[in-house]
Design a binder for this molecule. Structure first.
Ligand code: PLP
Length: 370
């Protein structure tokens, strides 16, 4: 039996009727730009992230662009982030004209090292961007404490619905930062039928600025105080996401259950380091990412057995060719570089059957002679 890394059709089969009804409502209303479904989705996103305000936008990448612009990042300024993330986190810094500053990660969580982030702050720093990698909220409160007033933009593209205990209270992904950004890319726990994103904040001024940036920098039709973007969340995508939203908590719980099953199944395999979730954290496991020696050999073994897998991310951002102009050299973010050489993500999606889970476990254990 082959096991894909992700099987969106398996999920679709469970919600097809709800989805068709939700989509047809938009089609029948013929209101495709903003309007009711987008507003409703924004309310739901604000609710799930315990945020006062939410702005729907065209993608998680645009969410970052808009957030960076809103805090004043642009030419002559710097934004500090992790090099162990999807490209968009750093690419959007470049695309607003600011300089990306990459600092190392915590080896166990893969999230930004708060002390390293604080040490990289200069008079030009406009934001620090922790990324909630693989679905675990970063130490946003520590970053904020050390950042001494510099805005913290939480790239929560992979973590909607995840939470972290801060000062004894559960805080949702996006809640504790100055701004939180989400992606609804189809492979996310809450995925659309195409691109989509959202931005949350507790700050009314930032909310107004981000609403303006989303619609060509305009607050009054055909009058533009600044140059913004056309980055609306599509109403059809909002309809998809609204229909999926009631299922999200259950799907993420199933991912956690799958993760617990793998953790136990790999417990006696010394070579496999299973994901570390901080005691103060509840991950949504957008990915289940192990660290292993002989990774490329294991990949070949899994491929031969039809087990889906992927490496997120094989080359850190500070070493990407497009950022050569920044002058980073190998060895400057050693933990991130080590992680990129050792990580491997396994199938974790909620619809995995017990038979499929067993298959994945047997293939990995078999490779290490268990
Ligand atoms: C950490 C991170 N940041 C940003 C993005 C960009 O989101 P999108 O693909 O919706 O533009 C993604 C997702 O792909 C991501 O995983």
């Amino acid at each position: 039996m082959s096991v894909p890394l992700l099987d969106l059709r398996a999920q679709h089969a469970t919600i097809r009727d709800e989805m068709v009804a939700s989509l047809m409502k938009v089609v029948d209303d013929q209101a495709f730009i903003l309007g009711k479904p987008v507003l409703e989705l924004e309310c739901k996103v604000a609710e799930i992230s315990h945020s006062k305000y939410a702005v729907g936008c065209a993608s998680g990448t645009d969410a970052l662009l808009i957030a960076y612009r809103a805090v004043g990042a642009g030419p002559g300024t710097e934004v500090v982030t992790s090099p162990f993330t999807f490209f968009a986190t750093g690419g959007a810094i470049h695309n607003v004209g600011a300089t990306p500053v990459f600092v190392d990660i915590e080896p166990r969580t893969f999230n930004i090292n708060p002390a390293a982030a604080a040490a990289a702050v200069t008079s030009k720093t406009k934001a620090i961007v922790p990324v909630d990698l693989f679905g675990q909220v970063a130490a946003v409160e520590e970053v904020a404490k050390l950042a001494k007033g510099i805005p913290v933009i939480e790239d929560a593209a992979q973590s909607i619905g995840a939470r972290r205990k801060i000062g004894g209270e559960w805080k949702m992904a996006g809640e504790a930062a100055t701004i939180g950004t989400f992606s609804f890319f189809p492979s996310k726990n809450l995925g659309g039928y195409g691109d989509g994103g959202a931005i949350v904040t507790q700050d009314e001024g930032l909310f107004n600025e981000m609403m303006r940036l989303r619609t060509h920098g305009s607050t009054k039709t055909y009058f533009h105080e600044i140059v913004g973007y056309n980055s609306r969340l599509d109403a059809l995508q909002a309809a998809v996401l609204l229909a999926k939203m009631p299922h999200l908590a259950g799907w993420s719980a199933k991912r956690r259950a799958n993760a617990a099953f793998y953790d136990a199944a790999f417990a006696d395999v010394a070579e496999v380091v299973t994901p570390y979730v901080e005691p103060v954290s509840e991950s949504i496991f957008n990915q289940y990412t192990i660290r292993v020696p002989r990774r490329e050999e294991l990949r070949a073994h899994l491929a031969a057995k039809g087990i889906g897998h992927s490496v997120y991310y094989p080359l850190c951002l500070h070493l990407q060719p497009c950022f050569a102009y920044l002058g980073y050299k190998p060895g400057q973010c050693p933990e991130a570089e080590k992680a990129s050489a050792e990580v491997l993500s396994l199938p974790i999606y909620p619809e995995l059957t017990q038979g499929q889970l067993d298959e994945v476990v047997a293939a990995v254990r078999g490779f290490y002679g268990k």
